[in-house]
Design a binder for this molecule. Structure first.
Ligand SMILES: NC(=O)c1ccc[n+]([C@@H]2O[C@H](COP(=O)([O-])OP(=O)(O)OC[C@H]3O[C@@H](n4cnc5c(N)ncnc54)[C@H](OP(=O)(O)O)[C@@H]3O)[C@@H](O)[C@H]2O)c1
Length: 310
């Protein structure tokens, strides 16, 4: 299915889960900051859709169902928008963190049903199995350390039953991806940005396999301990030369990295959204590109992303 012809296609196109989507998407996690202001959250999301974004990234555990509820209401019955969601964790209102691991097969099924309800869909376009192979965040302990094959069995049976359109993987190692390839993987999400490239090998593997690469933390994320694209002096200098913003330089760099890279920058602010969307018009000249390519070592530091277990 193609986007309707009168809509813009920010960043060019890629076929994701059976639909042609704009490579500039929207990560909805930051909307959880607006849980006291659902109308503002709906308006930010509507602005993204109006600009031609038709790939949204979410999870039931973003704002304890709040983000999915906003998406369900705003997207309504549009069938040209790919909503990608995740299973593998669930809201934990009483715990030390707002979410806990939910990796067991029955928990994956229950989470798919929760997402169907809160997103108001009769099927989910793309569901990432959010593993705990690598950071950040939760780790798999006790009965939450579930063999990959058991989880893939659930995901593929839900796909066969028509509840899921396509299966993605997140927070994985390249070994996990290689082992999962035979079942058909539509997209992979790990942390990756201009300033953190630990998963360069994963990006190359997805490119070789024709799988969408959808890096999370494309600007460095909202948590303080990760390197921020907008704070790097070389990025700021490049932005000034190009009459662009540092965030735009970071997003433009991702878009040119490989044709299978789809970006989902997250924001709760209309002004940041407009700025991020305009990154598709920022052209990186060869000198700037070479400088940015050399900014951090390929492979990054890896400190936050090392596999959790042997
Ligand atoms: N698979 C996974 O495990 C996983 C993990 C994390 C995230 N994700 C997905 O990936 C998406 C993107 O990641 P993310 O939202 O964590 O991180 P991000 O897109 O790298 O950065 C978001 C942070 O940058 C700020 N920001 C956004 N645009 C900006 C701009 N133009 N200038 C300055 N600051 C700006 C946001 O604050 P404001 O709200 O103030 O703009 C927020 O603090 C998420 O929304 C989520 O859908 C997936």
């Amino acid at each position: 299915m193609s986007p309707t012809s009168d809509r813009p296609v920010p960043g060019g196109e890629f076929a994701l889960a059976g639909t042609t989507v704009a490579r500039m998407g929207y990560g909805a996690m930051q909307l959880e900051k607006l849980s006291a202001h659902p109308d503002v959250a709906a308006s930010v999301l509507q602005s993204a859709l109006d600009a031609g974004v038709n790939h949204l990234d979410t999870a039931e555990f973003y704002g304890a169902g709040f983000v999915n509820d906003v998406i369900g209401r705003v997207v309504d019955d549009r069938d040209d928008v790919v909503i990608a969601t995740k299973v593998g964790a669930t809201t934990d209102s009483d715990g030390p963190l707002p979410l806990r691991a939910a990796q067991r097969p029955e928990e994956l099924r229950a989470s798919v049903e929760d997402n169907l309800r809160s997103l108001r869909r009769d099927h989910l376009d793309l569901v990432y199995l959010r593993r705990l192979d690598v950071g950040p965040g939760l780790s798999a302990e006790g009965d939450q350390a579930v063999p990959l094959d058991d989880q893939l069995d659930v995901m593929t049976s839900l796909r066969d039953a028509g509840m899921i359109g396509a299966v993605g993987l997140s927070a994985i190692t390249t070994d996990t991806l290689r082992r999962a390839l035979p079942v058909g993987i539509a997209a992979v999400q790990n942390a990756y940005s201009l300033v953190e490239r630990y998963f360069e090998d994963m990006l190359r593997l997805t490119l070789a396999e024709g799988i969408a690469w959808v890096p999370f933390f494309p600007l460095g994320g909202g948590f303080p301990r990760y390197p921020k694209v907008t704070e790097q002096p070389a990025v700021r200098a490049a932005a000034e030369r190009l009459d662009a913003s540092p965030a735009q330089v970071g997003l433009a760099w991702l878009l040119q990295r490989t044709p299978n890279t789809l970006i989902i920058p997250g924001t709760s602010h209309a002004a940041h959204l407009a700025e991020n969307l305009a990154a598709v018009d920022v052209a990186l000249d060869p000198t700037t590109l070479a400088e940015l390519d050399d900014l951090v070592p390929v492979g990054g530091t890896g400190i936050e992303w090392m596999p959790r277990s042997a």
